[in-house]
Design a protein around this ligand. Structure first.
Ligand code: SF4
Length: 77
């Protein structure tokens, strides 16, 4: 991961994970906790298809720096 400040969003259609690189302290909590979604060796490093929405939200809440956040996508109907 580079140190440039980027704001990225990744969605599974239901929840959108937001990552702000400038806040990330590289604590590794996200990819140790949920490696099927958070894997810095991959590009993109977040694959929201890798777990269900509830699991993703719980992991995002454990990010100590606030680099990860999320919002629920608006329902289309
Ligand atoms: S848990 Fe948060 S601070 Fe830690 S590596 Fe993941 S995004 Fe960065």
């Amino acid at each position: 991961m580079d140190r440039e400040k980027v704001h990225k969003e990744y969605t599974n259609g239901e929840v959108t994970v937001v990552w702000q690189s400038g806040k990330c302290v590289h604590s590794a909590i996200c990819f140790h906790g949920l490696p099927s979604v958070f894997d810095p060796r991959k590009k993109p490093w977040v694959t929201p298809e890798g777990a269900d929405t509830k699991t993703i939200v719980e992991q995002v809440k454990r990010c100590p720096s606030g680099a990860l956040s999320y919002y629920m996508n608006a329902k289309s109907t």
